[in-house]
Design a binder for this molecule. Structure first.
Ligand SMILES: Nc1nc2c(ncn2[C@@H]2O[C@H](COP(=O)(O)OP(=O)(O)OP(=O)(O)O)[C@@H](O)[C@H]2O)c(=O)[nH]1
Length: 298
């Protein structure tokens, strides 16, 4: 008997059923049987003869049954909701995990494609993160990731989506955002990471790759493009933002024989930073603007 009971208990545990829930379920089943009896369903009298007494007060029985069923459903719903949230959240940072951010990206990409709206991606990768782990330990490395996540979260728009792409890489999805704006956003984030030293580690920097949907390809191509620019940012010395525009500007500067300037990051740590970024962007945009004006006669 004892072993039967313990087996029943372990079955309850393995099926995540608590005794209170089982009680509620039994109560709901009893209520349902009583209702069968009240409705004079065939065989109901054999299922629950004792229900005759309770059926004298059908309103009370109806109330109890509904309450029991509602409580049971509510508890189950909360558990399922918690499990779903757990399945979509990165435990370390509390951000969307890879699966969730990828499905959000797919959704935003479909929307951008259908309505012809701009959509930019910012792929962020912590610089020399292996060194942080090796020098200070994995726990401190984890703390760096969590701090970076909080800093970005505090500065992103409410309509943006932010998630952990994997390891020390993060993805920010910016709907309704063109390349120029996405670069400014990325640069603001870059500064917010760099300028405030992190506990035990000191200054941490990150590199950024920015890609924008141009009406071609699918969302994986957009990710690949951001990854390509992120790789370029790492190659060019890290702690910088690279997009299609940056590479175009660098090409333009090289063609003009200003190779030295092309090697400088478009953003620097000087207060004139945004000026330089916008001046380089306007250098690239000017011919495009002239072409557009010629075409549309404006
Ligand atoms: N603490 C911690 N480390 C992680 C986590 N995920 C990945 N890493 C570590 O992140 C490091 C990434 O190293 P690399 O890919 O060589 O990149 P890096 O050292 O940042 O160099 P660059 O990206 O080229 O600047 C590896 O040592 C991983 O073990 C994590 O969740 N927590």
């Amino acid at each position: 008997m004892a072993s039967l009971l313990s087996r029943f208990q372990s079955w309850l545990t393995s099926n995540r059923i608590r005794a209170r829930e089982l009680g509620l379920l039994l109560f709901a089943c009893t209520g349902a049987a009583v209702w069968l009896f009240i409705l004079d369903a065939p065989g109901a009298t054999y299922i629950l003869p004792a229900a005759t007494h309770v059926s004298q007060r059908p309103a009370l029985m109806w109330g109890f049954t509904s309450l029991a069923l509602a409580l049971f459903a509510w508890r189950r719903w909360r558990e399922i909701d918690a499990l779903l949230e757990e399945a979509e959240t990165d435990v370390l940072t509390g951000l969307h995990n890879r699966r969730m951010i990828e499905s959000l990206l797919e959704r935003e990409f479909d929307r951008a494609m259908r309505y012809g709206r701009p959509l930019s991606l910012i792929l962020i990768d912590v610089d020399h993160f292996k060194r942080v782990n090796d020098t200070h330990g994995h726990a401190v490395g984890d703390n760096v990731l969590a701090t970076l996540a909080r800093r970005v979260q505090r500065r992103m728009r409410i309509s943006d989506h932010f998630g952990r792409w994997g390891g020390e890489e993060f993805l920010l999805i910016c709907p309704e955002t063109d390349t120029t704006d996405a670069m400014l956003v990325a640069d603001r984030l870059r500064k917010s990471i760099r300028h405030k030293p992190m506990r035990l580690v000191g200054t941490v920097t990150a590199s950024f790759g920015v890609s924008t949907y141009t009406g071609q390809g699918d969302y994986t191509a957009l990710i690949d493009e951001a990854d390509h620019y992120l790789y370029a940012a790492k190659l060019q010395g890290r702690d910088r933002v690279i997009s299609k525009f940056t590479l175009m500007a660098q090409d333009a500067l090289r063609r003009e024989g200003r190779a030295d300037e092309a090697e400088q990051p478009i953003q620097s740590q000087t207060p004139s930073d945004p000026d330089r970024l916008s001046s380089v962007l306007s250098t690239i945009m000017a011919p495009l603007q002239r072409k557009r004006e010629r075409r549309f006669g404006r």
